[in-house]
Design a protein around this ligand. Sequence first.
Ligand code: LMR
Length: 328
Amino acid sequence: IAVGFGFSAKEPVHYDAEQEGLDKKVIIRFSHVVAENTPKGLAVSRFAQLVREKTDGMVEIRVYPNATLFDDEKEFQALQTGKVEMIAPATSKLSSRYPAWMIMDLPYAFKNESEVKEAMDGRLGQLLFKAINDENIKGLALWDNGFKQMTANRPLIDPEDFKQMKFRIMASPILQAQFRALGAKAESYSFNDLYRQLQFKNVEGEENTLSNIYSKRLYQVQRHMTVSNHGYLGYIVLINKTTWDKLSPKQRAAIESAMAETTAWIRQYAKKMNDRALAEMKAKNLIHIHMQTNKEKEAWKKRLAPVYYQFKDTIGTQVLEEWKKLGA
Ligand code: LMR
């Protein structure tokens, strides 16, 4: 018997949410390698909360911090194969794949956070996002952490102090060349493995931001830190393109707006977190801290200058030209 809804009671009711203009609930797994109390850790949580609010819970960002799901070596492949939907690796870790991004790793390439902001909001940022040319990957934003410092078991004041030492680096040809220019050796290990590598003295030093050094307690396995701000560390936020394409226009707009808010927030907040980590390490006397002087900085810069020549063709003229215009 027909029941007045235009279909027989016996027919299964096929409810097509998309046809009805309603969104289906989507779960997006966001994997990252750092602690939750770091700029990236907090940005991911904040982003997740904003997306929840903006979509009334119809898009859920599930966060997996501390490399609980995938570590550095695995996360990009996991993103490509759809084992995870979002990641935010350090630019350094993608620089072999997208050489234009090597610009971000060049020693002393950016004076401060506002120069990075100027770069990313302008033509340079556009060029860099265009260079993310994998079909199934979409770049959404660059999130700041901040500037890197050097740590080791002996003071690192002059370029000569690096001689013969072995440093842990992120997998990046520029970082490899940076330590070579300083007369040191470098090997890449995942961030998750860093503490152990230092503890067992497989490597003698490393470079990282203050918030990473503090949150991973690297001061327990490193006696000295030079606040050199010699290199930038930020994150490219990536989403699997198939996932992105499946979202409704409304969901995409919500994600974009949450991303813009989070990016603006982390730009302010990352610096505060790094400053606070330095203050804590000083106050608690957790590590010997040397603040690099201008004179020492000039000596490091001079020693590191060949890295620029070595990579100029790989990075490309267009990117380098845009970078040269900064801070003008
Ligand atoms: C590192 O590997 O040292 C950093 O990239 C970790 C991170 O993601 O901040």
